[in-house]
Design a protein around this ligand. Structure first.
Ligand SMILES: [Ca+2]
Ligand SMILES: [Ca+2]
Length: 120
């Protein structure tokens, strides 16, 4: 399994609430296609001083992959400023994507999107 091209886009609605759209491409070996997988995504705000702040996490989605690979997407909607604004100054948001083989009970592999800076 492999996670390639993780990307993050943020947009703010007229109501001030944020939407985070996360995309990536997931790949599997031929042997892995027979397995069940789980994927999820976790939004973080990079903290300048301490540990990065967790903002929100998707539920884990269980699925059987098609051969070759497939695009995957997560959408986090109606994210309030209070949730994102964890420290003084702008917010540096990134998303960690996790993928694990559920059938073999493997540890997840992860990939991190580029960090984007927003003013919440
Ligand atoms: Ca920060
Ligand atoms: Ca802030």
């Amino acid at each position: 399994m492999n996670i390639t091209n993780p990307q993050l886009e943020a947009s703010q609605g007229a109501n001030g609430l944020w939407t985070f759209l996360v995309t990536a491409f997931l790949e599997y070996t031929r042997e892995e296609v027979d397995s069940e997988f789980e994927r999820w995504a976790s939004v973080f705000e990079a903290d300048a001083i301490g540990k990065d702040d967790p903002i929100i996490e998707s539920a884990a989605l269980r699925f059987r992959p098609p051969s070759g690979g497939h695009p995957a997407q997560w959408k986090f909607q109606n994210i309030s400023r209070d949730l994102i604004d964890t420290e003084l100054g702008d917010e540096e948001i990134y998303v960690q994507i996790s993928l694990r083989n559920f059938t073999t009970d493997s540890f997840p592999i992860t990939a991190r999107t580029p960090t984007i800076t927003i003013s919440a």
